[in-house]
Design a binder for this molecule. Sequence first.
Ligand code: BGC
Length: 434
Amino acid sequence: MKPFKLPDHFLLGSATSAMQIEGGDRNNTWFKWCEEGRIKDGSSCLRAADHWNRIDEDLRLLTDTHQQVYRMGLEWSRIEPENGVFSDAAILHYRRELSLLKENGIQPMVTLHHFSIPLWFADLGGFLNPNCATYFERYVRYVVEHLGDLVQDYVTINEPNVYATNGYYFGIWPPGEKNFRMTMKVLANLARCHIRAYDLIHELRSNRNSGGQTCADDEQADYGGQTCVGVAHHLIDFVPYSPKWLDRAAAKLMSYLFQGAAVMAFTTGRLLPPLSLSGVFKRSQVVSDFMGINYYSRHGVHSRGFYTEMLPDKPQNDLGWEIYPEGLKRVCRWSHRHHPSLPIWITENGTCDAADAFRTQYIYDHLKAVSELIEEGLPVERYYHWSLLDNFELLEGESGPFGLFAVNFETQERTLRKSGEFYAELCRNHGVME
Ligand code: BGC
């Protein structure tokens, strides 16, 4: 492995989501989905990694591996278990967790919505409800009023495009709908929720980035308390399955539909077709302080049938996703071309590898790619590995291990993998040494 160095102000850490690690919550849509037997290995997010009862132990996983930043989820269904009723116990729990992180020198980023919603909100139609932004805003207000002093960095919505397409187009996640119009509606409503949350968080923290100034203008890692609000976008490197011009056109269209239009809505408030079918908001001011990128893989696009497939004879992970570090560069360059004022934070990147056979190489290759992007002049500032520990993986349940730490779900024992050791050294040295 050739050595490389990341800038001193570059921040390294990992990411998790509440529903995927906490366990113990029966009040969210994923719990219900699991109860219906929808998960491949029959497991349930009710168990997960029992993180709710292990925040002290799991904090040590972060400090032992020299991580500087940690992206964690807040579970809406715990914080607001009933419509308009907030839980002191839940918010105090998160206060304690955030305080522990701060005391240990780890800068937290919180995700306000990461795929799961409270059952009462789902009963009201979830993000199809015309007043969803009002409900979301009320939850966000409560969070920021109670935790805002401990949090600088917010992801409002994790992967809005994946949430909308898997839940409303492919029907493989709750609520299991298969309807294009609903998919667009949910996506547009999520953008509305994001914009309301963006404004509210800045208003409550009253240091809104104005006049085009963003977190990017602060060269150093310490943003001096500046609040940064953005979205974690799932970006795929879509390429034509074959060199045929029809496949080339299809790849462009797929990329536009899945991510181009969505990213535009969440960063500028502009709704382009087909999102504009669901309303028009025309704000073209920046409504994100950073570009959060979750990158996992490249997909080949077929024009015939307009679907995607992994390219043949390429290295793949346990879930059959191609391992393609060059794609990270391509999606970052794409993002920078379209939204040059925004710093790039890799809010997720990682791989499913039960045997831990290729995760070390994966981490090396993707972070090497990041170092090359920085040399090119791209403002890539952070990297959050997915994930800190094995968790309840969507679709696969307990059988999709993405962790730097392996979890034995029976005993809840955590064990640092070899690749985790490698990442810890990389975090400590800010790169790979000779
Ligand atoms: C999601 C995570 C998920 C990971 C691996 C990402 O798209 O944000 O919640 O666990 O992919 O599937």
